[in-house]
Design a protein around this ligand. Structure first.
Ligand code: ADP
Length: 246
């Protein structure tokens, strides 16, 4: 079995409070792995430990077989780990294409300035167009992001993350705040991404999680309650108890 992302006995304490309690997570290469659990379960903390935004109290983070526990966030991005955020971090005044070209330029070390890429670095534009096509955003390439529906804006954030050519993509509630029909479309598009990109996502909408994921880890009180296929998780009485008790 090849794992794209693993943690071994990961612990994060905030003062005396244990937010992540010996979490050992194994995300298989190519998986669509969902992290679920009630509010306060430690999902965001875990994602922040994976990206390097937080340092663990103990335990390791392993990316494509290498320990990255103490690497800075940008070093993990360079090694293939990208993320999206719950909050909207787009530049509202740029067009969709400009935003994605900027992200591609950043990966190529050209500096995040759009004008540099025009004409002289058309490869970045070609790559951005290909990404937009994959995410069904080509028809809005020349719109400014502020004019787009929220679901589309979330897709642009995914495009920006993918511009880093990650092997692992962390999605933090991609459908948060997106109306139901739009969120279905959003997930269909995410589901169509190539399997070279391993996906670990946090999502509250169980309907979406059970359609999309091939593996689910359930976090409760900072610890992994159980892990398995959607079928197994859906019928697990421990999991039902957690959700009925909310
Ligand atoms: P989830 O994303 O599953 O809702 P979080 O990871 O946000 O859970 O939070 C897990 C627990 O850790 C919560 O009880 C939260 O209050 C606590 N927590 C998170 N971040 C901090 C922090 N920076 N300082 C203190 N406590 C925190």
């Amino acid at each position: 079995m090849t794992y794209a992302l693993q943690t071994t006995s990961l612990v994060k304490k905030f003062g005396g409070f244990v937010a992540t309690n010996t979490v050992s997570l194994n995300v298989e290469a190519g998986a669509r792995h969902a992290l679920i659990g009630p509010n306060g379960a430690g999902k965001t903390t875990l994602i922040n430990l994976l990206t390097g935004f937080l340092e663990p109290t103990s335990g390791e983070v392993i990316l494509n077989g290498d320990k990255v526990t103490h690497l800075a966030q940008h070093q993990r991005v360079k090694r293939g780990l990208a993320r999206t955020f719950q909050i909207n971090r787009l530049f509202a005044d740029l067009t969709v294409l400009e935003s994605v070209v900027m992200a591609v330029n950043e990966r190529l070390g050209l500096g995040a300035r759009f004008w540099q890429s025009v004409g002289s670095h058309t490869a970045a534009v070609d790559e951005a167009v290909e990404l937009l096509e994959r995410l069904r955003l080509l028809d809005v390439a020349h719109e400014t992001t502020r004019n787009l529906a929220y679901g589309k804006q979330r897709l642009i954030e995914i495009a920006l993350a993918l511009a880093a050519k990650p092997s692992v993509l962390l999605l933090d509630e991609p459908a948060a705040g997106v109306p139901t029909i739009e969120s279905r479309e959003l997930f269909e598009t995410i589901a169509g991404l190539p399997r070279e990109v391993t996906i670990l996502l946090i999502e509250h909408d169980m309907d979406l999680v059970f359609r999309f994921a091939d593996r689910i880890s359930v976090l409760v009180g900072g610890a992994v309650l159980t892990e398995g296929t959607p079928e197994v998780i859906a019928h697990d009485p421990k999991v039902k108890e957690v959700y009925l008790g909310e």
